[in-house]
Design a protein around this ligand. Structure first.
Ligand code: BG6
Length: 495
């Protein structure tokens, strides 16, 4: 029988689309030594508010050194370690969730801090106070009508695991991670609606200290060490999926990358080939392993060519093949340009410095703004995997100022969100199964890359400066009211 094609065609966001906001524990919680929490690897990142832009960028790209790490382990002051104070979400979460509820948010994404559950990472028993904190936090979300999208690991691991075992390089870390995940599934369980074992699993390649907690000066073969760590994360990811499905049948466990939509600089075949390779190396390798369940041939060739050595154990390949993700998610801030021209102008960006695209504008931090790139990525990823997609992060870091009227008129953020959300709608009409959107840094937090408080993403302002000074008061920005209207209208009112 003929079917009316219009009836099955999507015209935009559905009523159950998950509109939300995201943060991460290390960037927001503070209270670094309260509630039984141990030191974690982000607590050890040093920042000096007198640094100029150049120094800040340089600091972002320099990986942790052994000397810095040792000094930070002993440091007791907090001013120069902003991840130790964040925005004190730990004590303020009830008020902050009330603001999210006022906006009508349907989902809240945050990460669980491993060092709150296992302060040293290798403890035999978990820290009950830490477990209770997350039970309370997630129950409060549900009371306020929000689903919970929990990242099990957003970069920071208990510092002791690096000191004693070398972190992700050591296969033992998989066992410690599994012990941690098991406690979460058993004790926090159904209070989480969507699980994400790893934030941006491709970050290890671009920022090895953040992504896989490697300290460069301790490595003889840095690249092999990076991919060894990533292999261990893939295995931990597969085992976590298995465990979640056993303990919590029907649970949704996703995979995530930092997605870089990639264009060729010109239509020269060499540029197009370069684009294909860059896209594979930066993006698809990670989603291919997590969603298709095996290392792709293009990567095996890359490893051979670059003499990258990875130790796999018997059974690893079967494990990856049997335990693939239920959905895919990604952060999206910008796109990239691939070229064979070494002289091509450069641009700044999330995790990586890339080639400049002359057709795009940039943010205050030089990240190239590309809403259409989001539609392209949504289509590419859905075509390739046919899995539900969840945009776990998207937003703009900017300098926000409180005006004379005491308000923050962040028209630039409204424009950024409007244009990206409009492209999401287009992708849904294209046929992409997009289930949710958690805007990044829904409330101002410490920047992960440059450790600055002045790089603000939120629709809620936090009165705190780069030295941690201020009232810590929350102020709704113009974008708060805009996002509220967008959610109320199911993404239809974007003006
Ligand atoms: C993502 C990270 O890569 O980018 C977040 O998952 C981070 O933790 C976000 O905050 C934005 O980067 P930045 O450096 O502006 O904070």
């Amino acid at each position: 029988m003929l079917k009316d094609i219009e009836q099955t065609t999507k015209t935009g966001f559905s009523k159950d689309f998950l509109w939300g906001g995201a943060i991460a524990a290390s960037q927001a919680d503070g209270a670094y030594n309260e509630g039984g929490k141990g030191l974690d690897t982000q607590d050890l990142r040093y920042f000096d508010s007198s640094w100029n832009r150049e120094k800040r960028n340089e600091n972002r790209n320099i990986n942790m050194t052994s000397e810095r790490f040792e000094t930070a382990l002993k440091a007791t002051e907090i001013e120069n370690y902003p991840f130790r104070w964040g925005i004190d979400f730990y004590h303020n979460y009830k008020n902050d969730l009330a603001l999210f509820e006022e906006m009508g948010m349907k989902v809240f994404r945050t990460s669980i801090n491993w060092a709150r559950i296992f302060p040293n990472g290798d403890d035999e028993n978990p820290n009950e106070e830490g477990i209770q904190f997350y039970i309370d936090l997630f129950e409060e979300c549900h009371k306020k009508g929000m689903k919970v999208f929990a990242t099990i690991l957003h970069y920071n691991i208990p510092a002791n695991l690096v000191v004693k075992y070398g972190g992700w390089k050591n296969r033992k870390t998989i066992d410690f991670y599994l012990r941690y995940a098991k406690v979460l599934f058993e004790r926090i369980g159904n209070r989480v609606d969507y699980w994400l074992p790893f934030n941006e699993i491709n970050a290890g390649k671009f920022n090895p200290y953040n992504g896989v907690c490697l300290i460069k000066d301790q490595e003889d073969d840095y690249e092999s060490a990076i991919f060894q760590c990533i292999h261990h994360q893939f295995i931990a990811n597969a085992l976590t999926i298995k465990l979640a499905h056993e303990i919590l049948p029907g649970s949704m466990v996703g995979g995530m990358i930092a997605r870089f939509t990639t264009y060729p600089a010109t239509c020269k075949p060499d540029d197009v080939m370069q684009m294909i390779l860059d896209d594979q190396y930066s993006n698809f390798f990670y989603t291919d392993v997590m969603a298709r369940g095996k290392y792709p041939a293009y990567m095996e060739r890359y490893f051979r060519k670059n003499k990258v050595k990875i130790q796999k154990q018997a059974g690893d390949d079967e494990l990856l093949a049997k335990n693939t993700v239920d959905f895919l998610s990604f952060s999206y801030y910008m796109s990239m340009v691939s070229t064979t021209d070494k002289e091509w102008a450069k641009a700044s960006g999330n995790l990586v410095t890339g080639n400049k695209n002359p057709h795009l504008k940039s943010s205050d931090w030089g990240w190239q703004i590309d809403p259409v790139g989001l539609r392209i990525s949504l289509n590419q990823m859905y075509d390739r995997y046919q899995l539900p997609l969840f945009i776990a992060e998207n937003g703009i870091g900017a300098f926000d100022e409180i005006g004379e009227d005491g308000k923050i008129h962040d028209q630039y953020r409204i424009e950024y969100l409007r244009e990206h959300i409009a492209q999401m709608k287009e992708a849904i009409i294209d046929g992409v199964n997009l289930i949710g959107y958690t805007m990044w840094g829904i409330i101002d937090i410490i920047s992960c890359g440059t450790i600055e408080m002045s790089k603000r993403y939120g629709v809620i302002y936090v009165d705190r400066d780069e030295r941690g000074q201020g009232t810590n008061k929350r102020i709704k920005k113009d974008s708060f009211y805009w996002y509220k209207k967008c959610i109320e209208s199911d993404g239809e009112k974007l003006d």
